[in-house]
Design a protein around this ligand. Structure first.
Ligand SMILES: Cc1cc2nc3c(=O)[nH]c(=O)nc-3n(C[C@H](O)[C@H](O)[C@H](O)COP(=O)(O)OP(=O)(O)OC[C@H]3O[C@@H](n4cnc5c(N)ncnc54)[C@H](O)[C@@H]3O)c2cc1C
Length: 411
């Protein structure tokens, strides 16, 4: 088969890959060829039960890319957040921290969006702006002069000046580029499902720190099933496997023990899925003509709902350095461009990874001493308005050297 030439080939059409494709194509126009290859393109994402907390900075990126309007109708603003720390069967769950209000007037610090809605909106936008979409995966890579050549599973060769690896946590490209990772598996899995409840959640997110790990109730937009929330329920791996195998009525009892009845009667209305949890960061984010982004570069604990948001920071930073280079007539896959990307993202990623790992260790245990430490800490944050405001802005992705797209500026 003949070889096709493009400027940037993106392996992986998840949130990170598609967002990068749209950002590059919108900024650089028809003369700059961008292709996304992913075997899952065009597949049905209907059984992905996950929903993601899209923080304010990430929402600004989607708005700038012209994708937000397509999901805004189904996006539920988080208007209020409550954090508790208790044992599983405690009758009372003392509240240690509450977050309410906006990062800027009228701008909530996050929205809950269902993953399938976001992937559908990004795919439609990519098609509209002229990204070439190929429903096949990258099988192997080789270097040929100033190109990296990817051979796809369908047999075709694509030569690119830059290969962006957005091919997820088990990235083939990361492995083939010889990039190792630091990290470990947690002995925890997250059970995800959707729960319908009698009463309105009023935009409130809840995170209950239980000894096995956090149990999060995240508000979703009301639909034909009524009032709904997405559940991210962390358990030790063996316990998660037991819970996943329970018949519906016993599963319901376990769910109710954790959810409680403050929103009235509840009913699991989505499929259950269990995700094993781990933490890793790639030892390098770049190799010759290759940049890693999203879960291919880092996976963190979902305790703070920041995994995808970190991937979108990679997207915004990589898009900015590539667009700057292309406009100056420089090689978008050249070493200076890639070094700039790596400097920008790697330290920030390590810092967030270590913070979420520390949070998980501090909260997912039975120690009374640690319980006292964390409750005093949370209580302090709750009482010092400036500290709390800083926490909200940090969680919203608006602190540090924020790339343009996350500030809502076009490239
Ligand atoms: C339980 C849970 C809850 C979460 N909640 C949140 C949250 O609230 N907020 C948040 O910010 N994050 C959250 N996350 C994290 C978030 O879901 C991930 O960080 C995000 O989905 C990663 O997106 P991605 O595009 O990098 O990778 P993926 O979504 O994994 O996409 C990778 C794509 O690459 C494709 N692919 C694989 N191999 C190849 C190949 N060889 N060639 C081409 N394509 C290939 C796959 O088909 C896939 O489409 C959560 C994670 C979990 C487990």
């Amino acid at each position: 088969m003949s070889r096709e030439n493009v400027d940037v080939l993106i392996a992986g059409g998840g949130f990170a890959g598609l967002s990068l494709a749209v950002a590059l194509k919108q900024a650089l126009g028809p003369a700059f060829a961008v292709t996304v290859a992913d075997p899952a393109l065009g597949a049905n994402h209907g059984d992905d039960e996950r929903a993601s907390a899209i923080v304010a900075a990430a929402r600004r990126l989607f708005e700038t890319l012209g994708v937000w309007d397509a999901v805004a109708g189904q996006a539920q603003p988080i208007l209020d957040m409550v954090v508790t720390d208790s044992r599983l069967d405690d009758a009372m769950r003392p509240v240690f921290l509450t977050f309410a209000g906006d990062v800027e007037p009228g701008e909530p610090f996050a929205h809950m969006v269902e993953n399938r809605d976001l992937v559908a909106a990004l795919t439609a936008k990519a098609r509209k702006v002229g990204v070439t979409l190929i429903a096949s995966g990258v099988e192997s890579i080789a270097h040929d002069g100033d190109r990296v050549v990817a051979t796809l599973k369908d047999g075709r060769d694509i030569a690119a000046r830059l290969l962006a690896a957005a091919d997820g946590a088990r990235s083939t490209i990361r492995a083939q580029a010889g990039i190792a990772t630091h990290g470990w598996q947690y002995e925890q899995s997250a059970i995800v499902t959707t729960v319908a409840h009698e009463r309105d959640h009023e935009g409130r997110a809840e995170e209950h720190f239980l000894p096995a790990g956090p149990f999060a109730i995240l508000p979703l937009k009301r639909n034909r099933l009524g009032h709904r929330s997405s559940i991210v329920w962390t358990e030790r791996t063996a316990e998660a496997a037991r819970i996943m195998a329970l018949p519906d009525d016993v599963f319901h009892e376990e769910l109710e023990r954790r959810f409680k009845l403050h929103l009235g009667d509840i009913k699991a209305v989505g499929k259950r899925r269990a995700h094993p949890l781990g933490f890793f960061v790639a030892r390098a984010f770049i190799a010759e003509r290759i940049a890693l982004l999203g879960d291919a570069a880092h996976v963190i604990h979902p305790i703070a709902g920041q995994g995808l948001n970190m991937g979108l920071k990679d997207v915004a930073a990589l898009a900015e350095v590539v667009v700057d280079a292309a406009r100056l007539g420089l090689d978008p896959g050249g070493p200076e461009v890639l070094e700039r990307y790596q400097r920008w993202r790697r330290f920030d990623t390590m810092a967030m990874g270590i913070a979420t790992d520390g949070l998980n260790r501090l909260f997912s245990n039975r120690s009374d001493v640690l319980r006292l430490v964390r409750d005093v800490g949370l209580g302090l944050v709750d009482r010092v308005p400036n500290l709390k405001r800083l926490f909200i802005r940090e969680a919203a992705g608006l602190v540090g050297e924020v790339p343009k797209l996350l500030r809502g500026e076009v490239l």
